[in-house]
Design a protein around this ligand. Sequence first.
Ligand SMILES: *Cc1c(COP(=O)(O)O)cnc(C)c1O
Length: 497
Amino acid sequence: MSSASISNISTPLLIEESAKGRLGAVLPKCDVEKTALPQDLIRQSLELPELDEASVVRHFTRLSQKNFSVDGQFYPLGSCTMKYNPKMNEEAAAQRGFRFSHPLVQDEYNQGNLELLYRLQESLREITGFEGCSLQGAAGAQGELAGILMIRAYHRSRGDTQRIRVLVPDSAHGTNPATCTMAGFVTETIPSDKNGAVDMDALREAAGVGEKSAADKSTTLAGLMITNPGTLGLFEKNIVEIIRIIHEAGGLVYGDGANMNALMGIVKPGELGFDVMHLNLHKTFSTPHGGGGPGAGAVLAGKTLAVFLPGPVAVRSADSAGSTWFRLEQPPSSIGRLKVFNGNFAVLVRAYAYIRTLGAEGLRRASEYAVLNANYLRFLVKEKYPTPYGADRPCMHEFTASPDLGNGIHTIDIAKRLIDYGFHPPTVYFPLIVKEAFMAEPTETENRETLEAFAAALVSIAGEAQTNPELLKEAPRHTPVGRLDETAAARNPVLRW
Ligand SMILES: *Cc1c(COP(=O)(O)O)cnc(C)c1O
C-alpha cells in the first residue's frame, strides 16, 4: 500500500472541508503573559485543517465504518472464530471493581478478583477435563510456548535431555511448528492421509514404535503437538490411538485447543489423554480475535504436567478463622511467569461472564450450532467450493474448500469479490496442504438467513467467474481503495505519512 493511497482516504478529506477561521473549540481567555517565541522554533507554514467539531466527528466515524467488524458484517475468518460477542460481557469487564483494581493490591482487598480467577480456572478444568489450569498466557501462541516448555521441563526433570524431536501433523495451525522451534525442539512433519487424518504408519515410524522404525527413534522423541479439530475442520478420529503411541514411546502430547468452540460440552480433551493444552479464551469464550487487541491463552495440564504450569495460579484456602480465602501460588515446579501480574484480566472477566451466562447446556449448544452452521454452509456451496479432505464426513466448526472456478480465477479473486458483496473474506491459502485453500468459519452466532446470503454470494461469484471474470480480477470495486499490491505492502510497509 503506498502512502498516497492511504492519504487519499483520510487527511485530504479534512483539508478539503477546511474553511479559513473555522474552529472546533472555544479556548479560554489567555490568563498568562504572552511572550514571543524564538523565530527559529516557529514553523512558518503549517497546513492544518480548520473545521467545526461535527465535521471532524463525522469524518472519523465515516472512516471507522469503512472497516469490517463483527458488529457490522458477517466475518467468516477461518480459525479466528469471529463470532458476535455479547455486550453484557463488555459491561462485566468494564465494572469499576475490575477496571480500577491495582494488580499489586494486597490479597485482602482483592478477594473478588482472585475468586474470579479461581472460578474461571475451575470452569475451564471442568470443560476440558484437566487437572490444573493457568491463566497467565496473553495469547494462544504464548499458551503454546508455555505448554511446550512444560514438556521440556518434564523431560529435563527426568534427565531425558536427548528427547529433542516434536512431531507435528501437516494439518496443524502454523503457530505449532513455530512454537516447537522457538522452544529449541526439532520439528518433524507428519503427513495427512487422503481423508485428512494423521497418517498412522508415518506416525508410528516417526515415534519409533513402528516395525520399521530405527531403534533409537523413541528415545529422542519429546512429544507430539496436534491441533484438534485441525485446520481442515476435521476431528482427528484416531486421537486416542495417536496419544497411546506417543506415550508408549515416552513422549507427551500437546493439544492445540484454540478450536475448543467445536467441542465444548461434547468432548473433554483431558479424558482423551492429552497431557497439556491451551485454550484461546479470546475466540472461544468471548472477546474477538484478530483486532490486534489483548488475548488470553489459558494453559491446562493433566497430572504429569500440572506441577510445571506457569504461575502464579489462584488457589482457594481458609484463613485462620476458617473462612474461605483466595490467594496466588506458584505451582511447585513451575516454568515461571509468562506475563506481569494476572494475565490479560479483562479478557478473563469476559470469558467468565460468557461461561456463566451460557451454563453447561448453553456451551454445548454453542458448539453444536457452530458445527451445524459450518456443515450447512459447506453443503450450500459444495458444488463450486468442494472440500478435498473428508468430504464424506461432517466437518467441525469450519471447513476448508478448494475452489476451482476456471478462467484463471484464484481464491484471492473470490476473497476480494466477497468484499463487494459486503462480506469479510474467509481465511485463504491456509492450510498449505489444500490447493487454493478457502477456510470458512461461520460461528454459532449467525442465523440461517446470513448463511444463505453468504452462500448465495459465493454461488453468484462462481457464475461471474464464467460470464465476467474481469469483475473478480479487479475486485474489490466498491471500496475506497481497490486491489492492493499485498506483497509490496508486506515487504515495504508505509506505516506513517
Ligand atoms: C488462533 C489460533 C492460534 C494462535 O492464537 P493467537 O492468540 O493468535 O496467538 C493457535 N492455534 C489455532 C488452531 C488457532 O486458531
